[in-house]
Design a protein. Structure first.
Length: 227
């Protein structure tokens, strides 16, 4: 495993480790395998609506790219990770809303691994799994609401709650020592994660509820799903 992880003095000077070049290539290979697995399932289950189509792969890849770019535009950043971004989660939620939970979770998990590659610093494997593929992968739960009247808004809230759950769990388990004296680690983790996830959620919900924006998203959905 030392070929994939390195910790000369801790990437943050506190016992953390980071990916080596080989480790980064390994994560990239895992992302490629996710895409290949989705394509394979598509061919084996061509008759099922849950299977990936070529259009879904194209839109999902574009969404990951757009979400990644927007995640780099940080309106506010927390000292120990987490930030209010330019609605980066929305692009992944849109994929889940358009295509359902299967495609949504696969796309969201791939996006989580991309986020990890961008800043491949972590403490333990379980912590990395909670903070990246699981936390970001939870954005795909928006797909369970894709048939609801207000599916995009409800799905987005559910997606943020899903990511919030895993982020809080990670903070409580692995970062309890950072809680201020006298504050319960769980309360600290909840407050910390909420400080950046809730503002972005509110801003995004307001923007996607603007009539002109909602109409534009509806037109894109027609292109992505029906045409």
């Amino acid at each position: 495993m030392n070929n994939f992880f390195a910790s000369p003095e801790g990437a943050w000077g506190d016992g953390s480790v980071h990916l080596t070049t080989a480790g980064t290539l390994l994560v990239a290979a895992i992302i490629a395998l996710l895409i290949a697995a989705a394509a394979l399932i598509r061919h084996r289950n061509a008759a099922h609506r849950q299977a990936f189509t070529t259009k879904q792969l194209v839109f999902s890849s574009a969404a990951v790219a757009l979400a990644t770019v927007c995640s780099m535009i940080k309106l506010f950043e927390m000292p120990m990770g987490g930030s209010v971004t330019m609605m980066s989660m929305l692009f992944i939620v849109l994929i889940a809303y358009w295509y359902g939970p299967y495609v949504g979770i696969m796309t969201a998990t791939a996006y989580g691994l991309v986020q990890f590659v961008l800043e491949p610093i972590f403490y333990t494997i379980p912590q990395m799994l909670l903070d990246y593929p699981l936390a970001f992968g939870a954005l795909g739960v928006a797909g369970f609401f894709h048939k609801n009247k207000y599916g995009l808004q409800v799905g987005y809230i559910a997606a943020v709650i899903g990511r919030f759950f895993f982020a809080v769990l990670s903070g409580y388990i692995f970062f309890a020592s950072y809680a201020p004296e006298g504050m319960h680690p769980l309360i600290y983790s909840i407050a910390y994660q909420a400080s950046y996830l809730i503002p972005e959620m509110i801003v995004t919900l307001v923007i996607i509820s603007i009539p002109n924006v909602a109409k534009a998203l509806s037109r894109v959905k027609r292109d992505a799903v029906y045409n």
